[in-house]
Design a protein around this ligand. Structure first.
Ligand code: PLP
Length: 287
């Protein structure tokens, strides 16, 4: 595959960064996961905006304008002759001295990868996934605001490992007050008596672009959507639960902590939203 790296396209074997890059040494950098469907990059403007917001927040200068960056993302997809792709856009602080001081770095490094990625097997999208709640608590007052998509994903990785160790597909994270926040890399929705609820992001979740898309689509369908805090009890007794994210797309949850959700199969609202989401990914893209 052809990878964009610092101004040029290089073969996969030649896409290399220095061991002195602070992105590697300290997780000092930011990223976006983006998808293309049928040759169109989905919600590109939203992803670019979030990337530049993350950059501003951590005082990282990206050496391209937002328009240039959007074009580079599209070009990476085209060069790899992919119609559907998962795109990883990364900006690191760059190469510097050992030691935390970011001002020793010689400028941000930018790379863009476009490949195929399916987070779960296709049968799980049909049948739904098994989840557990994670013992790891999200602290929403951390300096590292969960709204910033930084390269510090170790907490998320440990949460995913807890899920896999428990024989589940994904874990659900609570914050220190016990409110449900999100999955390891997805936002969460529950449905009860026809009402769709998702936690407000200020509880400690990333402001997911897929989450915003699903809320819009649900409202277009005339469904009731609330942003309201809830606990794991509400997950257990929900009629339907699903997760959303660029990598995972939209995946039904049929089990949480050994409790069967609803009748153990993806519910009608989840299925309906999944249909309109699939249509939307093909309709709202950018060439
Ligand atoms: N939450 C976390 C921690 C994530 O890393 C992601 C993935 O980007 C999401 C939620 C879902 O966000 P989006 O729908 O913008 O991909």
């Amino acid at each position: 595959s052809q990878i964009f790296l610092d101004g040029e396209f290089v073969d996969r074997e030649n896409a290399k960064l220095s061991v002195f890059d602070h992105g590697l040494l300290y997780g000092d950098g930011i990223f976006e996961g983006i998808r293309a469907y049928d040759g169109n990059v989905f919600k590109l403007a939203e992803h670019i905006r979030r990337l530049y917001d993350s950059a501003k927040s951590i005082l990282l200068d990206i050496p391209y304008s937002q328009v240039e960056m959007a074009e580079l993302v599209c070009e990476t997809v085209r060069r790899n002759h992919l119609s559907s792709a998962y795109i990883r856009l990364v900006v690191t602080r760059g190469t510097g001295d050992l030691g935390l001081n970011p001002y020793t770095c010689h400028g941000a490094r930018v790379f863009i990868i476009a490949e195929q990625l399916a987070m779960f097997s296709s049968s799980l999208y049909e049948e739904g996934i098994k989840t557990v709640t994670s013992p790891t608590r999200r602290n929403r007052t951390d300096a590292l605001n969960p709204k910033i998509k930084t390269l510090n994903y170790l907490n998320n990785i440990l949460i995913k490992m807890e899920a896999l160790a428990a024989g589940a597909n994904e874990a659900i994270v609570l914050n220190s007050e016990g409110y449900v926040v999100e999955g390891s890399g997805e936002n969460i929705f529950i449905v009860r008596d026809g009402v769709i609820t998702t936690p407000p992001c200020y509880l400690g979740a990333l402001e997911g672009i897929t989450r915003a898309t699903i809320i819009d689509l649900a409202l277009e369908l005339g469904l009731t959507v609330r942003e309201q805090s809830f606990t794991r009890h509400d997950v257990y007794v929900a009629d339907e639960v699903f997760l959303t994210g660029t990598a995972a797309e939209m995946v039904p949850v049929v089990e949480c902590d050994d409790r069967t959700i609803g009748d153990g199969t993806p519910g009608p609202i989840t299925k309906r939203l999944h249909q309109v989401f699939q249509l939307c990914t093909r309709r709202d893209g950018m060439k």
